[in-house]
Structures are given as structure tokens and as C-alpha cells.
Design a protein. Structure first.
Length: 152
């Protein structure tokens, strides 16, 4: 596994990983309105802004194939997605470890918005519940998620 910083040329790769993972995993946990909200939230504009700010990273497998992505914004881990075919093989854990080390250089705690599908992973990594959030989506569905925190 190798982690590298994403650049403007990687925009479509980051978007593809994000959208592929959301479309494959989130419908099992969220209603259509919430899935659509996630897809809109991870727009080209938002991804581009994060890449230009130097906050986006990609992880590749031993053959150089990109397996996942993570975005770090101050002490917050964002947009952590691993392609479905790589899930359960340690890529997500490696991205979390990497993000935690980067954040620990400047902060003494970490926050992450935990989707239902990933919450148990963060609990196993030492994160604790901090806050519950509820967003009403365009078609009347609700997006529910927890903010999780970890002290370093």
C-alpha cells in the first residue's frame, strides 16, 4: 500500500472512488434522498477545492491501482472512501492511520462524521460518540450521522 497526495489531474479518480463507493454501499443504510445528498455534497467543486488546498490523498495497492481516498481538513477526517473491491483488506485502516498521524502533527484530537456503514470501524479505532446530526434532504428523506471524536 502506498499513499500519495492527490493533484488536479486526480479529480476524476477521487470523484469516481467517492461516487462508486456511495452508490454501492450507502443504499443499504440510507434512503434515496440521503444518498443523493451525499453525491451532491461531494461535487466536483468541493473535491477540486480540497485538492487545490493539498488536503486529499490516494492509496494504491501493490500494483499501483488506486483503492481509496481520504481528505484531511484541520483536525477533521473527511471523504474517506475505499472502493468496494478493496474493502475489508486494510486500506481503510491504513488511510485512517495516515490521517491520524497527519492531524497529530498539529492537533490533540480528531473528528470524523461517521456514516452508519462506517461507525463500527471508528469505534474499534478508539473514536467516541460526540454529536448526532439530522439533515432533511430535498425529497423529504433524512440523513442521519454521528460526529465521532478521538483524543490523541
Amino acid at each position: 500500500m502506498k499513499i500519495k497526495k492527490a493533484f488536479e489531474k486526480d479529480l476524476e479518480t477521487v470523484k469516481s472512488i467517492t461516487y462508486t463507493t456511495i452508490k454501492a454501499v450507502y443504499p443499504h443504510y440510507y434512503p434515496t434522498g440521503a444518498v443523493d445528498f451525499f453525491l451532491k455534497h461531494h461535487s466536483d467543486e468541493n473535491i477540486r477545492r480540497d485538492i487545490e488546498s493539498g488536503r486529499v490523498y490516494l492509496i494504491s495497492d501493490e500494483n499501483g491501482e488506486i483503492a481509496g481516498t481520504v481528505t484531511i481538513a484541520e483536525n477533521h477526517i473527511n471523504r474517506l472512501f475505499v472502493l468496494p473491491k478493496y474493502q475489508g483488506r486494510g486500506y481503510g485502516g491504513e488511510l485512517i492511520r495516515f490521517a491520524e498521524e497527519k492531524i497529530a502533527e498539529e492537533y490533540d484530537n480528531i473528528e470524523i462524521d461517521a456514516s452508519f456503514s462506517a461507525k463500527s470501524i471508528y469505534i474499534r479505532k478508539g473514536y467516541k460518540f460526540a454529536e448526532y446530526n439530522l439533515i432533511k434532504t430535498d425529497n423529504g428523506d433524512f440523513l442521519c450521522y454521528d460526529v465521532m471524536k478521538k483524543e490523541l
